[in-house]
Design a protein around this ligand. Sequence first.
Ligand SMILES: [Fe+2]
Length: 355
Amino acid sequence: MRRVAVNLLKEGDILANSVKSSSGSILLAKGTRITENIKNKLPHLGIAFVYIEDKNLPYLSIHEIISEDNLNEAIKTVKKGSLKNIIIDGVQRHTRENLSLDRLNFIVNNIIDELMENNLILASFAELKLLDNYTYQHSINVCIYSLIIGHTLKFTRTQLFQLGLGALLHDIGKTKIPISIINKPGILSQDEFEKVTAHTILGFEIMKTAGKLPLLSAHVALQHHERLKSSGYPRKLKGDAIHPFGYIVGIADMFDALTAEKPYRPRFSIKDTIEILQSSSGNLFPQEYIEKFLQTIIIYPLGYKVKLNSGEVGVVIGQGQNPLTPIIKVLERDSYQILDLGEYPELFIEEVIYE
Ligand SMILES: [Fe+2]
């Protein structure tokens, strides 16, 4: 089986796993054949990805990172939409460390409850989605990566809650900036650049005036573009003057932003993104946080279909020593050859195939 984004499903694809609603009831049973009607309904149910059968992988069972039991447990705790599921699922898929599901649920529940119960913040977050879906999706990813780094650094539940909430809302100030400037292709004028950089201060103010939100979460919005040697903005802080949450969300932000296509540049490959992050160590960010992130992150979760520099296509079936070198099953070779990319320095993953 392999994982497919619902918009890339084809008529006739067969579900390899059942699809469940946020309340845990089965919407589509394993073995269901995808029709145009089903394909169109899935996004409205908050389902972004499903697992389908793949005839090229008949004898291979890919274990999901989340067991069915864990998934059911997570689903039971979700009461307000799919956002909790997406964050919990994302953290579990992308981290090598064992994170107790109870602890993760507790933290993510608190983050989403805080979001849902604060009308002003919820309205701003909804506005962000409406104005700029990329930034909305990006905010969720930044929350996922930040929680992973914070967990690796052994933060307490309270710290993870403050960090995760700040990460989810780090770009909320962009709702106050014209979308034409945020998505402008080409170089920004000085005036436009100043407007963009102001999203940090605006975000801080939105969160501070929203009432009852942790001040540290608001500082994440203010500090996520500050850099170790004062090359960041808006206050050109440096070193210890920048809170660890500011650095962590900065790293998560950079990682996710570089791997996305922007109006003014194509996406960077994961390999180049990791190299850029490594070169930023001790320069833009403290070495410790970059190291922790790269040690813990799973970049290619199980079931991802990837293309190698040799032109061959494979599916990720295990994690290797290095986030860039997972164990893959090559689809086009005879005898279902399995490669640990860590043992083949000449081979690397060129891109993830979303189809
Ligand atoms: Fe930002």
